[in-house]
Design a protein around this ligand. Structure first.
Ligand SMILES: [Fe+2]
Length: 346
């Protein structure tokens, strides 16, 4: 060894040390256990992008939104889940109420995700946004004839409104926003007024409301934008035609802005791979991931600087968004439910 140059012997020693360190690391592969209610084609690219960038393998469990929350709850302290991805702030709030999340303090997330789109304590974060639009039948309603959520309660629309059930989280969150902006009393008068205007009893999902409007069963409804986008981008001629019969309004542009909600995620309290979980959330806020995450469901990225190339969303254009913190939608949820029950919305 005496003849070996100094730098070389040092390098061999370093290499040997690195090899020793590498053995336990290899034995214990880095993983992330993801519980997700998403199931879009673009998700594959999203997850492989993360694994490529970090070397962390993703184990995915997919399920319905409420079923996943129930599963984490049943698994308790032994839950292998690191991250829960689900839709609607009202649903993330339910998981939060069950004590499922742990706070994350991340300068990356705090700078990338607007404050109104994340839980103030870092329990969960929005990664894409959806807007609750008013949709109308173009043959029966003139453009500009209805411009606000409040107008849906106007007797002018008696027998002309379709709405889904009050147990639906989207309508609970919408009323949660109205409670904040109008106060509880006016919010209840609104719910009563809309109830009185219904053309048919509440039934079906957002797509069903849109199809009912297109078919002339009713003239106006509310729906998240991606259901409208799905109709317009559908390969089925009847769905495409239904989409083309519908006009869209971004409500409340002259007042507090259109109600926006999120798809979001949080790190679970008993996450076995906490560090990987935080890295995953930070990855979701990256330009690349934001595009995949939003476009997979015709949503808008949560990070304002990220632009996506989605034909239907481009056609809808820009709009004024409600800046109410989305966590308020959850906090108002019990009141929303009470109000819907009081007016017998169903
Ligand atoms: Fe949805």
């Amino acid at each position: 060894m005496g003849t070996m140059p100094n730098f070389l012997s040092r390098n061999i020693a370093l290499a040997a040390a690195a090899l020793l360190l590498a053995v336990p690391a290899l034995a214990q592969e880095k993983v992330l256990n993801l519980y997700s209610s998403r199931h879009y084609q673009t998700d594959e690219a999203l997850y492989s992008g993360f694994s490529k960038a970090t070397g962390i393998k993703i184990n995915r469990i997919e399920g319905g939104e409420d079923a996943l929350i129930e599963r984490v709850r049943n698994e308790g302290e032994r839950s292998p889940a690191d991250v829960l991805i689900t839709v609607d702030a009202g649903r993330l709030w339910r998981a939060e109420q069950l004590g499922m999340f742990q706070p994350v303090k991340s300068p990356v997330l705090d700078s990338r995700i607007p404050a109104s789109l994340r839980e103030p304590g870092g329990l969960w974060f929005g990664f894409s946004t959806r807007a609750r639009l008013i949709a109308y039948n173009k043959a029966k309603v003139k453009p500009g004839e209805i411009q606000t959520y409040e107008e849906l309660a106007d007797p002018k629309w008696k027998g002309r409104v379709c709405m889904r059930s009050s147990t639906n989280i989207y309508n609970l969150s919408l009323l949660g926003a109205l409670i904040d902006h109008l106060g509880e009393e006016k919010a209840q008068a609104w719910a009563k007024g809309v109830r009185a205007n219904l053309a048919v009893e509440p039934k079906g999902g957002d797509s069903d409301q849109l199809k009912a409007v297109a078919a002339g069963e009713c003239d106006v409804t509310v729906s998240n934008q991606y259901y409208y986008a799905r109709l317009l981008r559908s390969q089925k001629p009847d769905e495409k035609q239904a989409g083309e019969r519908i006009g869209i309004v971004f409500p409340n542009q002259k007042t507090w802005g259109t109600h926006v909600n999120i798809s979001g995620a949080g790190v679970l309290k008993h996450a076995p791979n906490r560090e990987a979980a935080v890295r995953f959330l930070e990855y979701l806020a990256s330009d690349e991931a934001q595009r995949y995450f939003a476009d997979g469901n015709n949503e808008w990225p949560a990070v304002p600087s990220v632009k996506i190339d989605n034909p239907v969303l481009s056609q809808l254009g820009d709009f004024k968004r409600d800046t109410l913190n989305v966590s308020v939608l959850g906090k108002n949820q019990p009141n929303s439910q009470k109000i819907y029950d009081r007016v017998a919305w169903k």
